[in-house]
Design a protein around this ligand. Structure first.
Ligand code: PLP
Length: 230
């Protein structure tokens, strides 16, 4: 099942790249494995997948410790500052940096371990009250602050979670806005800030996200099936 699902997702990404004149090499699939057991992750691994996304620190670290070391673990969920220390050296990329206090905590823990931490800035592009993430002006301000004050952080781009929708087209405008914001930030040429990555698109809308420039798509249900929360 997982193997067939992965084929479908890769094929859909490929077609979206063709439709939009993009190189398929520029889009990376993150297999969102939250709530899923190791055996499911290993199945994806055997199909060649090496990037998994998790939204809870403890779950991510437990999987990091038991699964093959060449898996890259991306943290995509909202973070509490007291959990940050567990991510240094275990998470390849933190997608969900949504406040300067959180950024400062990551800087502190990275400095202690003499590490450099790769992050994305989470933008609440649709301004949904229920979603974490900064508005556009706050994001620009925070990126300036991080560039100036956090020498152990490297910003690689932006991430967003648009509203859940049955019709992916309704999110196209949000994806486009995130891309435009990233271009605007790129043009500031800040130290330690690149806007190479756009993390956007989930099971319901990743093809539209790819058409609008996503470089990292985060697909869970479309690979592993529905999640059961207990
Ligand atoms: C769970 C999750 C996903 C994957 O969602 P699906 O709809 O299952 O593909 C993507 N991004 C984030 C931030 C998530 O928490």
């Amino acid at each position: 099942m997982i193997e067939e699902n992965l084929k479908v997702v890769h094929e859909n990404i490929r077609k979206a790249c063709i439709r939009s004149g993009r190189d398929v090499e520029d889009v990376t699939l993150i297999c969102v494995s939250k709530t899923k057991p190791n055996e499911d992750i290993l199945e994806a691994y055997r199909c060649g997948e090496r990037i998994m996304g998790e939204n809870k620190v403890q779950e991510m670290v437990a999987k990091y410790e038991t699964l093959p070391k060449d898996i890259q673990w991306h943290m995509i969920g909202h973070l509490q500052r007291n959990k940050v220390k567990y991510l240094i050296g275990t998470s390849a990329l933190i997608h969900s940096v949504d406040s300067i206090r959180l950024a400062n905590q990551i800087e502190l823990e990275a400095k202690k371990k003499n590490a450099v931490v790769d992050i994305l800035v989470q933008v609440n592009i649709s301004q949904e009250a229920t979603k974490f993430g900064l508005n556009q002006n706050e994001a620009i301000q925070m990126i300036h602050d991080i560039s100036r004050d956090c020498s152990h952080l490297r910003i690689h781009g932006l991430m967003t979670i648009p509203p859940y929708t049955e019709d992916a087209e309704t999110n196209r405008g949000y994806f486009r806005e995130l891309r435009e914001l990233s271009q605007q930030i790129e043009s500031l040429h800040l130290d330690n800030v690149s806007m190479k990555e756009l993390s956007m698109g989930m099971t319901g809308d990743y093809e539209v996200a790819v058409e609008e420039g996503a470089t990292l798509v985060r697909v869970g249900t479309g690979i592993f099936g529905n999640r059961v929360y207990i």
